[in-house]
Design a protein around this ligand. Sequence first.
Ligand code: ADP
Ligand code: ZN
Length: 634
Amino acid sequence: MTVSLRFKAPGVKATSLLTVAWLLLQSLVPLAPVLAQSKAGDSLSYGQLLEKVDQGLVQKVDLDQARGLALVRLTSDKSDQPPHQVVLFAGDRNSDLIRRLRSNRVDVEIRDSTSHSALVWFATNALLGLILVLGLLMLLRRSAAGAGSAMNFGRSKARFQMEAKTGVVFDDVAGIEEAKEELQEVVAFLKNPEKFTAIGARIPRGVLLIGQPGTGKTLLAKAIAGEAGVPFFSISGSEFVEMFVGVGASRVRDLFRKAKESAPCIVFIDEIDAVGRQRGAGIGGGNDEREQTLNQLLTEMDGFEGNSGVIVIAATNRVDVLDAALLRPGRFDRQVVVDLPTYKGRLSILEVHARNKKIAPEVSLEAIARRTPGFSGAALANLLNESAILTARRRKEAVTMEEVEDAIDRITIGLSLTPLLDSSRKRMTAYHEIGHALLATLLKHADELNKVTIIPRSGGVEGFTQFLPQEDMIDSGLYTRNWILDRITVALGGLAAEAEVFGEDETSTGATNDIQQVTNLARQMVTLYGMSELGPMALESIDNQVFLGRNLMPRNEVSEDMAHRIDLKVREIALSCLSQARLVLRQNRPLMDHLVDLLIERETMEGEDFRQIVKQYVDIPEKTAPAPVSLPSL
Ligand code: ADP
Ligand code: ZN
């Protein structure tokens, strides 16, 4: 949501510097020959000079070693006549001349030290060169600053890392059992290649790990190297994308040369989509540098003879943008999806990361795993670390559930800020949140309330209501119509409470996010799940690759009439849920008012406490475990 715009006039300084350099050049260039020139008469050749010396026709010679000239005055010259110029040879033959001059007793003057004019000439040239070089450097520096790291081209060799021993084993990787299973075979090959080659098995040269950031792809690649006891070379695709054409390609060459020297080994390329995008397409049009790098990579992978023992593992979360050439047999033909962990996966990842932390015995990792659907392995590791930091800051002995809960909120919602003083705004927020919380408690199919709070958070959050998701639904991705409808009603609970209590004219913008969710859910009911009167029709295509974040792409085939009917249906669902929400809250108005007073006083209420209070007023429907919706295989 934060779009950072960096506006910068490109290289203003450098351009002006170059202009100055150019102007200097313009004024100095004509100067140089002027300085170098001395008034001279007709020139003589070296041979003619020797002849004239032997004939005794030379009166005086000025030898200018620095400029390689002899200024010769002949006996026949008039006194106002400029001397003749003779170009001297560099080296020995001039001593021949000097000897002859001596023996013929010609007056010789040798100016061995650099003459004044030569000095100026020299200095001018040096200055010019210096200005030019400086100007160029400035220009490069400028554009490099813009492009990030273009100035690093000189040390291209240092841009990949090599670990002789990663120290990571498969036991350190948890929750992605299927991916681990698939990669066992790579380990077996690295350990014992003969077993495979003996029966003529072709081992994959490249394995592509596909999954969202933080799911453990790097860790998995390291574990393969660690298990097999081979070196681990790694580089990130984004580091290939340099400004200077050819740098990336040479880096790839370097990397593979080193890797082949240390075979068997693993070469890990993170973010391969940065170089491996469809050639001649994509953002910014064709990018020569990227294409050259990609071509070099393909060449290197094709260049392995037989089983060279170098196995390339690449990671991406955008397999859809990769160039088809990368996925051809003999390249990254093995693809392993690394999913976000399910409940069981999260539990085992938490177990791995709890090993080296002091955690109070009453803390249940199961409860944490249940509270964290959608968390990646990295997010879970981070969660336990944040909890430990909080524990240390609170001077406690071991991490308790309190720190874990606080860390979850901090990660998912934001830093907590000082509570508002009692004000009409705080009251409004309280009604909004209680609206959500009460509906979640009273609706039969809604997720259970975990907590409700009006302690504000960074990022403009004035309060929030948290639910305990029904795990089996989240993990299976199967939701019932009842669940979705109740979910929509709960999401509209905030707006409904505001409208009931303060009147429709006084509702706030606090429901913006809620309404966004409502619209998405209602739309999906109509266009994807066949849960409306429009019938079981796929009215929108779904991008099924979950790791891409489920892009909904409007299908163009839907007629204008159908599009209109979809909109009407979505609106109908939203409106009917809103009126249901308002009805339930209206019927429980005294309870709602009481809960708001309590929330303003306590600022946070846990789900269990909340339910105790509700029970004093009204029966809470028993939450049914969601009806097992499983689709028969077709
Ligand atoms: P990716 O390469 O997929 O972005 P990483 O492998 O860099 O993710 O994960 C970062 C860190 O998160 C790891 O070093 C590890 O501490 C933790 N982590 C991620 N996935 C797992 C997992 N499946 N099991 C254990 N730890 C994990
Ligand atoms: Zn809300």
